[in-house]
Design a protein around this ligand. Structure first.
Ligand SMILES: NC(=O)C1=CN([C@@H]2O[C@H](COP(=O)(O)OP(=O)(O)OC[C@H]3O[C@@H](n4cnc5c(N)ncnc54)[C@H](OP(=O)(O)O)[C@@H]3O)[C@@H](O)[C@H]2O)C=CC1
Ligand SMILES: Nc1nc(=O)c2c([nH]1)NC[C@@H]1CN(c3ccc(C(=O)N[C@@H](CCC(=O)O)C(=O)O)cc3)C=[N+]21
Length: 281
């Protein structure tokens, strides 16, 4: 079974558009982009396009690559204090000189639609999620929509980043899976991966996950966004070989990525509903 994140995201965006209309709200998402990285520019454009589709206004703040931590903090503070902004997304990665931690901690947790603020991550890890990072939340939506059970299952998450691997593990744990988190120092990684009923790969290496690392019948979720030797977009998983072994698998493109963006839109609507000072503009 191919887990069609693209189709599911389209469906969720349609539903969301109606919910936003019915609520009589015109939520706004602000993105903060520092520098001119073409991939980051593309992601921000994709997010603004999704906003437009569902009836969310978007404000794009762009700062030069030389911006200081103070300048980024000032931009975030202005957005925190702007009643019309429901959600704030600081596009990552920030240039190395900028103190990413300080910037993320400056975003008001109530506007942190990325779910990266320590308050929101703490809530997630304590089993009381508020805003949850969009990529792992989108993956949970895929699993739920396709009726994939997590309770009691062995879940293996490869990758421990704050934006994907760690919150993915917390969500699976909250959903009663038995969770193992692996990373670049993990010993016997293929043997651990072969134990997985649900295998999530968030590494960032083309064709890392081969068929011999996957248990027959496993559910395989591919978070990776890479380019193969021919420059073609691909995930972490050797899709053609692994799909023969897996009971279900997400493709790249068209799997996790579109669900990340749909979840961002859902989080922004939630932020707007909770934001007592959001007015209809
Ligand atoms: N589809 C989507 O919506 C999204 C896709 N992505 C993509 O997902 C991938 C991961 O993103 P992100 O989590 O931000 O990346 P990071 O680079 O922050 O983290 C990668 C993780 O993979 C681990 N890792 C790297 N190499 C190996 C290895 N050989 N064996 C085991 N573990 C390894 C690292 O371990 P260690 O900690 O030890 O260094 C690290 O924990 C990227 O391709 C990114 O583009 C990211 C966000 C959203
Ligand atoms: N603050 C912040 N929040 C993020 O959520 C965030 C971020 N920074 N930095 C970068 C990563 C990456 N990310 C993706 C979103 C959509 C696709 C996506 O839709 N991909 C399409 C393919 C798009 C293409 O053609 O390249 C797909 O997989 O089908 C991928 C990756 C969000 N990120």
């Amino acid at each position: 079974m191919i887990l069609d994140g693209k189709a599911l995201s389209e469906k969720r965006l349609e539903i969301l558009k109606e919910q936003i209309e019915d609520a009589g709200l015109y939520p706004h998402l602000a993105t903060v982009l520092v520098g001119q990285d073409p991939a980051s520019q593309m992601y921000v454009r994709m997010k603004h396009r999704a906003c437009e589709r569902v009836g969310i206004g978007s404000v794009g703040i762009e700062l030069p690559a030389e911006a200081t931590t103070q300048e980024v903090l000032a931009a975030v503070n202005r957005l925190n204090n702007d009643c019309d902004i429901a959600g704030i997304l600081v596009q990552l990665p920030l240039p190395a000189r900028v103190d990413t931690e300080r910037v993320i901690e400056a975003v008001l947790p109530a506007k942190d639609v990325d779910g990266f603020h320590p308050t929101n991550l703490g809530k997630l890890f304590s089993g009381h999620p508020a805003f949850v990072p969009c990529t792992p939340q989108g993956i949970m939506t895929i699993l739920a929509e396709y009726g994939i059970e997590t309770e009691g299952k062995n879940a293996v998450v490869v990758g421990r980043s704050v934006d994907v691997g760690r919150p993915m593990a917390a969500l699976l744990l909250n959903a009663n899976a038995t969770v193992t988190i692996c990373h670049s120092k993990t010993q016997n990684l293929p043997a651990i991966m072969r134990q997985a009923d649900i295998l999530v790969s968030a590494i960032g290496r083309a064709n890392f996950v081969r068929a011999d690392m996957v248990k027959e019948g496993a559910v395989v979720v591919d978070v990776g966004i890479n380019h193969d030797e021919n420059g073609k977009l691909c995930g972490d998983v050797d899709f053609e070989a692994v799909k023969e072994k897996a009971s279900a698998i997400t493709p790249v493109p068209g799997g996790v990525g579109p669900m990340t963006i749909a979840t961002l839109m859902e989080n922004t609507f939630r932020a707007a509903r909770a934001n007592s000072c959001t007015r209809v503009l």
